[in-house]
Write a protein that binds this ligand. Structure first.
Ligand code: SAM
Length: 440
């Protein structure tokens, strides 16, 4: 078996690998990179990714470092209304019949080639942003916190139910991965995943196979409320559990240490997290956890905001020589200050323009104090120092402003955590007493 692209992606893109295409911030697509020599389905370019930013034959996406920016093909493969048949198939060059290429207006080709994408190595975070949604999913802010609270680390054995769209499964597979195994028996960390819905179970099985995660994620078609968490009659020996189910309390009876069919590691503490959107569900889960002997029960809600930090020019409150704002004493002072601010704003804008155009302040005919805020270049190519040192000060570049963006895409739920300590047996007590220097 090949290593999973999520775990061992290598340095460069390759045929057969899953890749995440970044079209814009927060707009990702997952594709499988295909061999491009020769035609595919009658298309001269072979496999082509068509996007609103242009067309990208897979030949342009292969054998390049992950993270590369790729420009759209000059051939407008995306907007054609017909199939352009292959004339020659002996290389990767998009081959279009002479008649057809004459029909494609040159302008269109220019438009097609103006866009670009980034090709990114698969990661659980990017998969969460691009996966086909079959259910609500657990998002990165939640699963990163959950995984550290349930002590997931290389070698950990996790029980997960239900599998849903596989967002949590991918994140937990990476967390427990303990290196590319030589054989099945070398795999220590495992995710035992359970899904009740048959269609979702089959889709997850296909995905896990195609992402080469089969040895790490083992998925079962199961109603866990009724049938619990044993796998082929054996215990998964789990030390971590994550339940994203409509009624997690109904599954807890199967996560006991008592009886011959416990799916838990008998020697270690087990950490659990349940994920529920309503407080009533939390309440029932907490009651059941306490009744069954779980300890350290607590609840957390992740609430994350993304802050956009910019600099903005500010109005009448002029900074003094130490950079602190001062409120004007009367109207006259306010007007005087306002004039000064307006003048400085104009100078600031001119200097910004000069900087953006890469021109020297002299060439732009900007006065020396305005030129000061733009690092101008002298004719010898070295940077000129300018008389108005104030413009180098951060407060002259504007006051720092931060605004929170719309809430991060996250399925807000309550996270209930608890710990089940190992059973203390009579043999444990005997051993402990034997070690105790005072004896019985
Ligand atoms: N955690 C998943 C993810 O990150 O993609 C999403 C899980 S989704 C919200 C809940 C899943 O639990 C659904 O796919 C549902 O079919 C499954 N489910 C519901 N009851 C179940 C049961 N008794 N046994 C197993 N799975 C069950």
């Amino acid at each position: 078996s090949i290593p999973s692209p999520f775990l061992e992606p290598g340095d460069r893109t390759k045929v057969g690998s899953l890749a995440i295409v970044s079209l814009a911030r927060d707009d990702f697509d997952a594709i499988r990179l295909e061999k491009s020599s020769g035609a595919v389905d009658g298309y001269a370019e072979g496999a082509v990714l068509n996007t609103r930013f242009g067309s990208f034959p897979h030949s342009t996406l292969l054998d390049i470092p992950w993270g590369s920016q790729v420009r759209a093909s000059a051939v407008d493969t995306g907007s054609r209304g017909r199939k352009r048949r292959l004339e020659t198939t002996d290389d990767d060059t998009p081959a279009v019949s002479q008649d057809e290429s004459r029909k494609t207006p040159a302008k269109k080709a220019t438009v097609a080639s103006s866009g670009f994408i980034y090709i990114l190595r698969p990661s659980p975070e990017l998969w969460t942003s691009s996966l086909p949604h079959r259910t609500q999913v657990v998002y990165t802010p939640d699963y990163s916190y959950i995984l550290q609270r349930i002590r997931a680390r290389p070698g950990t054995r996790i029980i997960e139910a239900g599998a849903g769209s596989g967002s949590f499964s991918h994140a937990s597979a990476r967390a427990v991965y303990n290196g590319y195994p030589k054989s099945e028996t070398d795999i220590k960390g495992k995710v035992f995943s359970f899904e009740f819905n048959e269609d979702r179970f089959h889709k997850m099985t296909e995905e896990i196979e195609s992402h080469s995660l089969t040895g790490i994620v083992q998925i079962q078609h199961r109603d866990v409320y009724r049938d619990g968490f044993m796998v082929d009659g054996k215990s998964p020996n789990a030390t971590a559990v994550f339940l994203d189910l409509p009624a997690p309390w109904k599954a807890l009876q199967h996560l006991s240490r008592r009886g011959s069919s416990s799916p838990l590691d008998p020697k270690q503490s087990v950490h659990i997290c349940t994920f529920s959107p309503c407080i009533e569900q939390v309440s029932r889960t907490v009651t059941e956890l306490r009744t069954l002997g779980w300890t350290d029960v607590d609840m957390v809600e992740i609430s994350q905001k993304r802050l956009n930090v910019t600099r903005e020019r500010v109005g009448v409150n002029l900074p003094n020589e130490r950079g602190n704002s001062q409120t004007p004493a009367d109207v006259l002072e306010a007007i005087t200050k306002l004039r000064k601010v307006n003048q400085q704003n104009k100078q600031f804008q001119k200097a910004q323009l000069a900087q953006n155009n890469g021109a020297t302040a002299d060439a732009m005919d900007v006065d020396s104090s305005a030129a000061a805020s733009a690092p101008a270049r002298a004719s010898d190519g070295k940077e000129k120092t300018t008389p108005d040192e104030d413009h180098d000060k951060p407060w002259m570049q504007g006051r720092l402003i931060h605004r929170s963006e719309g809430d991060l895409k996250t399925h807000t739920s309550y996270l209930v955590f608890a710990v089940l300590p190992p059973e203390w047996t009579e043999e444990d007590e005997e051993r402990a007493l034997a070690k105790w220097p005072c004896g019985r």
